[in-house]
Design a protein around this ligand. Structure first.
Ligand SMILES: [Zn+2]
Length: 238
């Protein structure tokens, strides 16, 4: 009887010990860390709404100085066999807005398409179509920013080589904003936001591939503005 009790106690202690190991391992382990290399499975598990949330969470980390420390050479290896990005971001070339940094993402996380004034053209539409239809991203984002030089250039009707044609793509946003000057910061940002809203209409209007994905719910399309003085990305409401 005594021996039986002893055996029982040993079993209880051993079970408790194993459970505590399991719990402590579970608590240390790994839900997938932010910034972990994207896989086919993790891409498939992301909904369009979650893709936008991931960008928002990343920007929150960026602006608060809590960006994830990453082993980039390891990421290069992890992504060498394929890419499974969850979004495509069309943003301005402005040197103050490296998209992967402001969204605290990494190699293989999302497509970054950059052009002055984050304007829509046939080449970046083709790139977005590849991202959506071939690679399977869950979100397309057009992101402008405050104090955009391209927007100021469009307001000032700057003429310079091929830039003239690029700035013409921002002119409808200038017209929609009404009269104003590039000296007026609030006006420049208003045109910048209207330029993003214009892109959000233009992308599905000019790409049946993107529109089809939007209509089926496979992707979401969002507009955003980055504030160069705070590091904050604000997603526009529809
Ligand atoms: Zn810009």
């Amino acid at each position: 009887m005594r021996a039986r009790n002893l055996h029982l106690w040993i079993s209880v202690l051993f079970f408790g010990f194993c459970t505590s190991i399991a719990v402590s391992q579970e608590s240390k382990a790994p839900a997938k860390k932010p910034g972990g290399a994207q896989t086919k499975e993790s891409q498939a598990a992301i909904t369009p709404a979650r893709a936008i949330e991931k960008l928002k969470e990343g920007n929150q980390r960026f602006k608060s100085g809590a960006s994830v420390a990453r082993d980039l050479p390891a990421k290069v290896k992890q992504t060498s066999e394929g890419q499974y990005p969850f979004a495509a971001v069309l943003s301005c070339m402005d040197s103050r807005i490296p998209a992967e940094m402001v969204f605290d993402q990494s190699i293989g996380s999302f497509f970054s398409i950059r052009v002055a004034g984050n304007v829509v053209n046939v080449d970046n539409l083709g790139s977005l179509e590849y991202a959506v239809k071939v690679i399977g991203v869950k979100a397309v984002v057009d992101m402008g920013h405050t104090a955009c030089g391209a927007v100021k250039g469009a307001i000032d009707d700057v003429k310079l080589g091929n830039l003239t044609e690029l700035l013409a793509k921002i002119k409808p946003a200038v017209a929609a904003a009404g009269p104003g000057t590039s000296k007026d910061k609030a006006y420049v940002d208003k045109v910048g936001e209207l330029n993003v809203r214009q892109a959000m209409k233009e992308i599905p209007a000019k790409s049946s591939v993107v529109k089809e994905a939007l209509d089926s719910g496979a992707i979401t399309l969002a507009g955003a503005m980055y504030d160069i003085s705070t590091g904050v990305v604000t997603f526009l409401s529809n």
